[in-house]
Write a protein that binds this ligand. Structure first.
Ligand SMILES: [Zn+2]
Length: 224
């Protein structure tokens, strides 16, 4: 049993884990065996993060939008396709007028890994609202197309993004980051040292998934 498993077991014994009657955790929506809530150390991040996720993401086994939201106590998580008339999002856009960015690989995006204007942009982004779209590339394109209130937001992107560490979900390209990895990278870039807490939860959940896959592969072969 590794350190994370020990911590999880101990916290579960202390009743940190909350379950619904059907055996799913109220918070992370995972079955009891896969609940990761005891690993969370939520904090208020700078910049503030908004995750807009496609409704189909809910069906997937490994979604990191919710995980990201649970790691950041001042973040927002909204589901939908067309956000043009989304009341809360529009209130936030008004509150953060001229201080909202969307993370998206657009031709006119400011590249976060370009050192030239680094400091000026770091200050600008760290006091802003950063919007991320969570879904397949196809769904994300549709969400952006239909959400007219997002069209005029300045974009941020990674020209040379770090390689995704996710091993259980097939990414279209290895440089396509999950929502959690992308958020952690933005936070790290903006000088938020606690970005590591997101990575810790993520790595632990990925390690669990890999372990689970190995075990089920073994048991299937033993049965055969
Ligand atoms: Zn949970």
């Amino acid at each position: 049993m590794n350190a994370t498993e020990k911590k999880r077991k101990k916290l579960k014994q202390q009743s940190v884990f909350q379950v619904e009657s059907r055996g799913f955790c109220v918070q992370c929506r995972k079955p009891q065996m896969k609940c990761y809530c005891c690993l969370l150390e939520p904090f208020q991040s700078k910049p503030r993060i908004v995750i807009l996720y496609h409704p189909l993401e809910r069906r997937k086994k490994m979604t990191t939008g919710r995980m990201t939201h649970l790691c950041l106590s001042n973040s927002f998580l909204f589901s939908g396709v067309d956000f043009t008339h989304h009341q809360r999002l529009n209130e936030l856009l008004e509150e953060y007028k001229n201080k909202t960015f969307i993370l998206m690989p657009r031709a006119d995006a400011f590249n976060l890994d370009e050192p030239a204007k680094g400091e000026e942009w770091r200050n600008k982004v760290s006091s802003s609202l950063v919007i991320l779209l969570d879904g397949t590339w196809r769904n994300v394109k549709k969400m952006f197309r239909e959400s007219k209130n997002l069209h005029f937001l300045p974009a941020l992107a990674f020209k040379n993004p770090p390689i995704s560490q996710i091993k259980v979900k097939k990414q279209p390209m290895e440089y396509c980051l999950t929502t959690l990895e992308a958020t952690a990278s933005v936070l790290q870039w903006s000088g938020e040292e606690r970005f590591i807490r997101l990575k810790n939860v993520f790595e632990s959940v990925v390690a669990d998934q890999v372990e689970y896959k190995k075990k089920s592969f073994k048991s299937r072969h033993l049965r055969d």
